[in-house]
Ligand binder design. Structure first.
Ligand code: ADP
Length: 312
């Protein structure tokens, strides 16, 4: 295992941000840390980066204990922080060159690596522009270039796609897959389950500072496949909260969640379910628009395990 965390605790005054966290990350994986806002993802990444120290527990990266031996592996790690760490008044080239110098790169080697990073994130033709003229997506891409210019072996991405347009988001996700194909181990934090589901080999679901489930997407989804899902869309105004809860009275229904245009029902596959659901819709004086049966996804896994949605 390239990263190992055992029983890690971190408290900020009264907030227990990490609460006995165990995590193992295999070399060569894209490993997702999926959890809602406030789950402890950034805290963990900041500990890996030695920006803050943990209170208790053991952490090793490439078999070096953190924080005591951090200096031995620092150059092999790359961090792409959630908050942009770039200088608006400098050009794209100057920004990357500055970060490369922090990693001890000099002369021709620095120039070559800066150029390579610029090309990798697709900003070569804008290398001489000041960052303040860049779009949000371009700044995110530059932020990535700054984190990877020294060619690290393990790269930590902390929610790199928050608040950007879909095109830049796709570009970033593709870049991450490419870095992984070149042999890098990637740690990727997100609260977007679609992203975790599409690029990660393994996912650890984090909630209140603990890993509550982990494995491949398939393994995680199997945790909830004994449940089936029905999405009932209705015409006109949606159910109110009390009406939605009356569906819990139906035999076989396990949970009901109010969605934008209807309800999501988890059930145990009872054969008369559909008829009963339609009767219940009528009893609420509503009309069914569509009913669809869905395959569970990571959002459903999180909902089943915690009773909350990732966006709560
Ligand atoms: P995530 O990255 O999953 O959104 P964080 O690691 O940022 O979660 O936060 C975990 C918890 O710790 C949250 O309750 C957050 O409010 C709290 N927290 C984070 N940083 C600080 C800090 N510097 N001081 C006090 N509380 C903090």
């Amino acid at each position: 295992m390239i990263i190992k965390c055992q029983n890690v605790y971190k408290k900020y005054k009264e907030i227990q941000a990490l609460d006995g966290l165990d995590l193992s990350i295999k070399k060569g994986d894209i490993h997702g840390l999926l959890g809602p806002n406030g789950a402890g993802k950034s805290t963990l990444i900041n500990i890996f980066a030695s920006l803050i120290n943990h209170d208790q527990g053991d952490i090793s990266i490439m078999e070096q204990s953190i924080p005591s031996n951090f200096h031995k592996i620092k150059g092999k790690l790359g961090f792409v922080p959630q908050d942009l760490a770039i200088y608006e008044d400098l050009t794209a080239y100057e920004n990357i060159s500055f970060f490369a110098s922090l990693y001890g790169l000099r002369g021709k080697e620095r120039k070559d690596k800066v150029n390579k990073a610029l090309e990798f994130v697709g900003l070569k033709d804008r290398q001489k522009s000041q960052v303040k003229t860049f779009s949000g997506g371009m700044k995110r891409r530059l932020n990535i270039a700054c984190g990877i210019c020294h060619e690290p072996e393990i790269i930590f991405f902390d929610e790199p796609t928050v608040g950007i347009d879909p095109q830049s988001r796709n570009h970033i996700l593709e870049s991450i897959v490419k870095l992984n194909k070149q042999g890098n181990t990637i740690i990727y934090t997100t609260h977007y389950m679609e992203e975790a589901q599409s690029i990660c080999d393994k996912i650890s679901i984090i909630d209140y500072g603990k890993i509550i489930a982990e494995g491949t997407v398939n393994k995680l989804v199997k945790l909830v496949t004994k449940h089936e899902l029905l999405y009932v869309k209705i015409k006109g105004d949606n159910f109110n909260y009390n009406e939605s809860k009356t569906f819990l009275e139906i035999d076989g229904v396990e949970s009901v969640n109010l969605e934008e245009e209807g309800i999501n029902i988890t059930h145990n596959g009872n054969s008369e379910l559909l008829e009963n659901v339609i009767s219940k819709v009528k009893a609420c004086n509503k009309q069914v628009s569509t009913i669809e049966s869905r395959i569970p996804n990571l959002e459903d896994v999180f909902l089943t395990l915690t009773g909350r949605t990732l966006r709560d």
